[in-house]
Structures are given as structure tokens and as C-alpha cells.
Design a protein around this ligand. Structure first.
Ligand SMILES: NC(=O)N[C@@H](CC(=O)O)C(=O)O
Ligand SMILES: [Zn+2]
Ligand SMILES: [Zn+2]
Length: 425
């Protein structure tokens, strides 16, 4: 195993120091380290962060390997500075049994680029009718702790209650895609001025807020853990703020795209901007950013949603919702938050690792800590070229945009997965 000496690097924004990585851990931290056998990486101007952790990734395997595989998505993740991702269950077949979650987990180990932690479905086939084998998935080799029907809402309140009750036994979490289906029938974009002007059926903010309000009450009643996926509206933030003030065990995530892009992007009719929940208004973005800073929103999660060309390059109404996220998330965080490294580490690494129970991740580089970390060049700017992404899909909403920050290297348990900005394997 090669040792790595990273010189003059800022650890989460602190004054420059040296980092020695050896035998899978951070062996030493301090100025003027020497290690003759180590490969030296000049860290001048770079920031070391604990490896990023994504609570919400779609890897598409099994079933849509043309759009992404566990391996291609893992490579995209590593290039984005991630050392662990949670893989959503809306694959084909659905990850609703111990067999499928173990398959995804095993594929992740074989790829070896990030730790892939499968999320299990809440209901059989994501159909919202009966609970999946949550216990069998929890007891499987994949040790599933987060369950979600993401892509669909667990709309039936009785099923949602039973799911929350069930996972309480092993301190599991239900991660909800909050969308009241009756309020979003035929919806194409955010319901507001722009949808009226374009004549597209709207997806009202209240369809999200009503489910979150119901679910925090259910979680409170049951005393169980709820996680809210991709929060997109100012009203949702207020519901969450009140629930947290009451002590409800709820956590919430926001995506990079909901922090940056507005519903006006739909004016182009370019389906790359079609996503669920839809892009909202500037006022929503302001509320989401404030909530991310004050902690009502716990986590930035990518909702990386690769789609094949034929599912995206078609008429808006027929296009699948979803956008790529893994390879651009840190740049968007820098664009939105600026160089607030401690906040970035908290929202993109420490807190998501804690929520998912991923031991060894989300820990700032310090002696003895597993060497799961990433090196960022904050002064670099890069123009996003879809064909240069490692994802098998091309549906990035940031094509040809110039964004701050570049991932220089990523280490998983002391082994580089990315060096000089390029994937190692
Ligand atoms: N976000 C999306 O627009 N799409 C996701 C599903 C989801 O996250 O709801 C997908 O699987 O493509
Ligand atoms: Zn969703
Ligand atoms: Zn999703």
C-alpha cells in the first residue's frame, strides 16, 4: 500500500499543514512532516475535506445499465469528491428484497470506488400497497437502515405509519419523496406565474408541504425517524422548522439544483430542466439557502438522476424528470455558499454520514481516522462539458456553465480513487 504525503493543505479551511496517509488511515497531521517512502502531493492552495457522502443517488443498476451502472455512478461520485453514496431503490427489479439490496451492495464493493450503501424500498415494487420485507433487508449483508419509495410518495398514511413503526425497532429511517399524488396529476413544472404563461400543468408547493406536515405528525406520534428527500419550497422549510422546534426526529435534504435554478428555466422547454420536485422560484431558493445555513435543512444531497438520451431529448411532456448531480455538487455548493468550508463539510459529509450510520465516513482528517477524504482546488474554475462526465448519461443542467472549484484527489480508505482530477481506475 502506497503512503501519501499531502503538503501545505488546508484541512477544512484551517491554516495549511501536512497530512500523511498510510495503511488506510490518516497517520499524522502537522507542519513539516517527512516520509521518504511516501508519494508527495503538493497541497498548496488546496482544501482537504472529509470525503463527501450522498444520501440520495440513483445508480440505475439493475435494469437501466444504459443510463448508469453501479460502477459508472461510483466513478462519477469519486470524481465529485464522494467516498460514500446511498443508492435509491427505484431500480428494475426494485430493491425491495434482501436479494436485490445485496446485489447492489456487492456491485459497489466490486467497483471499489466509493462505499455504496443500498436504500431499500418501503413498499413492494414501489406500488404503495403493502410493506416490503424491511426486516430481511435490514438483516441482509447490506444492513439497510434507510428505506424509501423515492420516485413515488408513500401516500397512504396508514402504510406510512406502519413503516415508521417497523423501522423503529432497529433505529431505521423512512425517507419520503413528499408529493401528494392527487395534487400533482399531470404536473409538468412548478405551479406559478411561469406555468400559467407557458400553459403547462402545475405542481403546487402545497403538494409537498401537505405530505411533510402529515409525516412529521406521524413521526412524532410514533416516535420514529423521518427523513425528507429533496425539500424544494419555502413553506416546507417552515413546516420543518416548527417540527424540529417541537423535537420531532426529522432530518431533511436539499439538492444543489434547488439551491440554484428557478422555474424560469422551463421557458427554454429544454427537458434537461425537468425534475421532480420541480425547480421553484427565487423566493423558495432564498428560503432554502437560509435554512441550509441555520440547520433546518441538514444535508445537501444530489438526487443524481441519470437518464438515457431517448428519455431526455424529447418533448418536455414525455421526458423523464431528473438531473445529474454527483460530478457538480461541490461546485454548486461553493457557488451558493462560498468558501464556508465548515458548513460544506457539515452538510455534505459529517451530517449525511451520521444520518446514514456510515462509520468511518464524515470524519475530519486527524491522526488515526480512516483516510476517506477529498482535496478541492477552490480557485480553479471549470466549464461543464456533458460529454466529459464519467456518468453514462448526459443530462446535466449545467452544460457550458463555468463553475468554481475542482476535485483534485479523492481517497477511499487511504487509496486514491481520483488523482490529478482523473479517476484512478
Ligand atoms: N428526481 C427526479 O426527477 N427523478 C428521480 C426520482 C426522484 O428522485 O423522485 C429519478 O429516479 O429519475
Ligand atoms: Zn424523489
Ligand atoms: Zn431521487
Amino acid at each position: 500500500m502506497t503512503a501519501y504525503l499531502i503538503t501545505s493543505v488546508s484541512v477544512v479551511g484551517a491554516a495549511p499543514t501536512d497530512l500523511l496517509i498510510r495503511d488506510g488511515v490518516v497517520a499524522e497531521v502537522g507542519p513539516g512532516l517527512s516520509a521518504p517512502d511516501a508519494t508527495v502531493i503538493d497541497g498548496t492552495g488546496l482544501v482537504a475535506l472529509p470525503g463527501l457522502v450522498d444520501l440520495h443517488t440513483h445508480l440505475r443498476e439493475p435494469g437501466r445499465e444504459d443510463a448508469e451502472t453501479v460502477e459508472s455512478g461510483s466513478r462519477a461520485a469519486a470524481l465529485g469528491g464522494y467516498t460514500a453514496v446511498c443508492a435509491m431503490a427505484n431500480t428494475s427489479p426494485v430493491a425491495d428484497t434482501a436479494g436485490v439490496v445485496e446485489q447492489v451492495w456487492r456491485l459497489g464493493r466490486e467497483a471499489g470506488l466509493v462505499d455504496v450503501q443500498p436504500i431499500g424500498a418501503v413498499t413492494v415494487g414501489l406500488a404503495g400497497e403493502r410493506l416490503a420485507e424491511l426486516g430481511a433487508m435490514a438483516d441482509s449483508a447490506a444492513r439497510v437502515r434507510i428505506f424509501s419509495d423515492d420516485g413515488h410518495c408513500v401516500a397512504d398514511p396508514k402504510l406510512m405509519r406502519r413503516a415508521l413503526e417497523y423501522v423503529k425497532a432497529f433505529d431505521g429511517i423512512i425517507a419520503q419523496h413528499a408529493e401528494e399524488p392527487r395534487l400533482t396529476e399531470g404536473a409538468q413544472m412548478h405551479e406559478g406565474e411561469v406555468s400559467t404563461r407557458l400553459g403547462l400543468i402545475g405542481w403546487p408547493a402545497v403538494a409537498e408541504e401537505a405530505i411533510i406536515a402529515r409525516d412529521v405528525l406521524l413521526a412524532e406520534h410514533v416516535g420514529s425517524r423521518l427523513h425528507v428527500c429533496h425539500v424544494s419550497t419555502a413553506g416546507s422549510v417552515e413546516v420543518l422548522r416548527q417540527a424540529k422546534a417541537r423535537g420531532v426526529r426529522v432530518t431533511a435534504e436539499v439538492t444543489p439544483h434547488h439551491l440554484l435554478l428557478t422555474d424560469e428555466r422551463a421557458e427554454s422547454y429544454d427537458p434537461v430542466f425537468k425534475v421532480n420536485p420541480p425547480l421553484r422560484t427565487a423566493a423558495d431558493i432564498a428560503a432554502l439557502r437560509a435554512a441550509l445555513a441555520d440547520g433546518v435543512l441538514d444535508v445537501i444531497a444530489t438526487d443524481h438522476a441519470p437518464h438515457a438520451v431517448e428519455d431526455k431529448e424529447c418533448e418536455w411532456a414525455y421526458a423523464r424528470p431528473g438531473m445529474l448531480g454527483l460530478e457538480t455538487a461541490l461546485s454548486i455548493a461553493l457557488e451558493v455558499l462560498g468558501p464556508r468550508w465548515d458548513l460544506i463539510a457539515e452538510r455534505m459529509s459529517r451530517t449525511p454520514a451520521r444520518i446514514a450510520g456510515l462509520t468511518g465516513h464524515g470524519i475530519d482528517p486527524a491522526p488515526g481516522v480512516p483516510a476517506n477524504l477529498t482535496l478541492v482546488d477552490p480557485s480553479a474554475r471549470r466549464t461543464i462539458e456533458p460529454t466529459e462526465l464519467a456518468s453514462r448519461s448526459r443530462n446535466t443542467p449545467y452544460a457550458r456553465m463555468t463553475l468554481p472549484g475542482r476535485i483534485v484527489a479523492t481517497f477511499l480508505r487511504g487509496e486514491p480513487t481520483v488523482l490529478d482530477g482523473k479517476a484512478v481506475n
